[in-house]
Design a protein around this ligand. Sequence first.
Ligand SMILES: Cc1cc2nc3c(=O)[nH]c(=O)nc-3n(C[C@H](O)[C@H](O)[C@H](O)COP(=O)(O)OP(=O)(O)OC[C@H]3O[C@@H](n4cnc5c(N)ncnc54)[C@H](O)[C@@H]3O)c2cc1C
Ligand SMILES: NC(=O)c1ccc[n+]([C@@H]2O[C@H](COP(=O)([O-])OP(=O)(O)OC[C@H]3O[C@@H](n4cnc5c(N)ncnc54)[C@H](OP(=O)(O)O)[C@@H]3O)[C@@H](O)[C@H]2O)c1
Length: 272
Amino acid sequence: MRVSKFEYNATVIECIEVTGEIKIYRVRMDDGHLSFKAGQYTMLGLLEDEPRIPEAALEEEVEQAADPMIRRAYSISSGSIQADYIEFYVSLVSNGALTPRLFTMRKGSRLFVGPKAKGLFTLDKVPEESHVLMVATGTGLAPYISMLRSRVLADFDRKIAVLHGASYSWDLGYRRELESLSASYTNFSYVPVVSRPKDDPSWGGRTGRLPPILDEDGLDELCGFPISGGKCHVFLCGNPAMIEDAEQRLLLKQFVVGKGREKGDLHMEKYW
Ligand SMILES: Cc1cc2nc3c(=O)[nH]c(=O)nc-3n(C[C@H](O)[C@H](O)[C@H](O)COP(=O)(O)OP(=O)(O)OC[C@H]3O[C@@H](n4cnc5c(N)ncnc54)[C@H](O)[C@@H]3O)c2cc1C
Ligand SMILES: NC(=O)c1ccc[n+]([C@@H]2O[C@H](COP(=O)([O-])OP(=O)(O)OC[C@H]3O[C@@H](n4cnc5c(N)ncnc54)[C@H](OP(=O)(O)O)[C@@H]3O)[C@@H](O)[C@H]2O)c1
C-alpha cells in the first residue's frame, strides 16, 4: 500500500514510561509489516499542528517548511523476528520539534512511520564468530536491543558485551531485560554506568562517562574478550561527543573504521 507523505499509517499500541523524559513506544503499522534488519532505523513523523507537551521548552525558530510533517530518524528496538509491532526507545529533547509532540502520544494515537527501514549499523559486516562490544549513551541502546532480541546470543562461540551510559540509574532503560540476559547467557556481559552518582546515592554500580572505561586495564576482563583491533568488533551509538572521544581511543587500539566497501571493525551511529 502506498502512503501519501502527509498521512498517518500507524497506531501506538503501548507506551511504556521509563521516566518522564524517556519512553518506549510500541507501534503497529496499518499494513501490518515493516521489514528491517536489527540495528536499522526508520522515520517517525507527526504533523506540525499537533500539540506539544505543556512542560516542553520553547521550540527553536525555524522557517515555515514546505512539508507539514515533522520527521526524524529512530532506531528500531524490537527484534527483526518480532512481527506484530515495532518498538522505539525515545528521549525527550525539550526544545525539539518532534519529541515534545511525540510525548503527547498514548495508546491509540496515530503517527507516520517510514515504510522503509534504512541504515548500515547492523551485524551484516561482522563475521558470525566475532566477539562484539556494544557501547551506547542514552537511547543509543535501541539498535543493540534489537540485535539481542534477534537471537545473536544463540551462538555460544560469540561473546557480546553491552556498555550502557546514562546520567542516572533510572534512565537505564531495558535494564531488567539486560540483567536477565546476562544471568541466562554466559557469553553475555552487561555493564551499566551512571555518570551523575552524586544525585543517585543508592547506585552501587560503575560510575563516570563511558570513553575512559575503554582505556582501563580491566576492560578485557569486564567484557570477557580482548578489546583490540582485529580481535573483536566495536559498535558506538548515541551522543556524538561520546562517539568522537571513544573513536580516538579505539583508533589507538588498532581498530579500523569501515568506509564504503572497505571493511572495518569499528561501527558508529551518531544521533545528532
Ligand atoms: C540514525 C538515527 C537514529 C536515531 N535513533 C534515535 C532513537 O532510537 N531514539 C531517540 O531518542 N533518538 C534517536 N535519534 C535522534 C532523533 O532522530 C532526533 O534527532 C531526536 O529525537 C530529537 O528530535 P527533535 O525533533 O525533538 O529535536 P530537533 O528539533 O531535531 O533538535 C533540537 C536540538 O537538539 C539537538 N538534539 C537532537 N537530538 C538530541 C538528543 N537526543 N539529545 C540532545 N540533543 C539533541 C539537535 O542537534 C538540535 O540542536 C536518532 C537519530 C539518527 C540520525
Ligand atoms: N533525566 C534527565 O534530565 C533526562 C533524561 C533523559 C533525557 N533527557 C534529555 O534528553 C536528551 C538526551 O538525553 P540522554 O540522557 O538520552 O543522552 P545524553 O544527554 O547524551 O546523556 C547520556 C549519557 O551520555 C553522557 N555524555 C554526555 N556527553 C558526553 C560526552 N561528551 N562524552 C561522553 N559521555 C557523554 C552523559 O553524561 P553526563 O550525565 O555527565 O552528561 C550520560 O551519561 C537531552 O536533551 C537530555 O536533556 C534528560
